[in-house]
Design a protein around this ligand. Structure first.
Ligand code: SAM
Length: 222
């Protein structure tokens, strides 16, 4: 099998560190996770390009820098439990698994959830669990979470996700219309009642489709 170590180093230097992500733990995680293992065989050569790439079920594996930006914004601690919504290929879950104690990942496409779970298992990640389901509802049975990262663009920030954040917890997600530029939002839970919101710039994600996101036809679901 082709060795992608040099491509990985280049990706970290040129796409991530050069754009201002400096946390050594985050950079090390990106140096370690074999991104080529999370795309279909035909896309392996393109796995380290500075862009999203197509994956199965007409979805995408996000651009490496955007994954890094969202993870940095989540201010993770090694002891954290993190919920990732929109597991897709499983790549971001693997990066998270390098950084925190436990990752719970949800994906709405059964085939993607199965593939991601298998890839993560084959790579030896024992601290990630992948579930099929509607992540716009969160995962109350397993919450609250120290951080929630949503890798698909919601119509708004779903109430169940806010409720499932620990006090002090951080939620990072894109919000905006499907097929448009969306804004990346970071929310910190200050106390039982209060949340602080910051906007972090423009991004482009596939839609969060579910009870607290978009419908399949592009209307707000709730
Ligand atoms: N983090 C992923 C990776 O590293 O490959 C990128 C995922 S892709 C940009 C977004 C994913 O969100 C898609 O796989 C899509 O099926 C999923 N998705 C959309 N709505 C969802 C929902 N309500 N619950 C769970 N997954 C959802």
């Amino acid at each position: 099998m082709t060795d992608f170590t040099a491509e990985r180093e280049r990706m970290v230097a040129r796409q991530i560190a050069a754009r201002g992500i400096t946390d050594p733990r985050i950079l090390e995680a990106f140096r370690k996770v074999p991104r080529e293992a999370f795309v279909a065989d035909d896309y392996r050569a393109a796995a380290y390009e500075d862009s999203p790439q197509p994956i199965e079920a007409e979805q995408t594996i996000s651009q490496p820098y955007i994954v890094a930006l969202m993870i940095e914004a989540a201010e993770l601690d090694p002891a954290d439990r993190v919920l990732e919504i929109g597991c897709g290929s499983g790549y971001a879950s693997a990066i998270l698994a390098e950084l925190v104690d436990e990752v719970i990942a949800i994906e709405r496409h059964e085939a993607l959830a199965r593939l991601a779970g298998r890839r993560l298992e084959e790579l030896g990640y024992e601290n990630v669990s992948v579930y099929e389901g509607d992540g716009s509802r969160g995962f109350a049975e397993q919450g609250p979470f120290d951080a929630i990262i949503v890798s698909a663009a919601g119509s708004h920030v779903p109430d169940p996700l806010l409720a499932q954040l620990e006090i002090g917890g951080r939620l990072v997600m894109p919000v905006g219309e499907p097929q448009q530029v969306q804004k990346l939002v970071k929310i910190t839970r200050i106390d039982e009642e209060d949340y602080e919101q910051e906007e972090m710039g423009a991004v482009r994600f596939v839609p969060l489709i579910g009870a607290h996101g978009w419908t399949e036809t592009g209307e707000r679901a709730d």
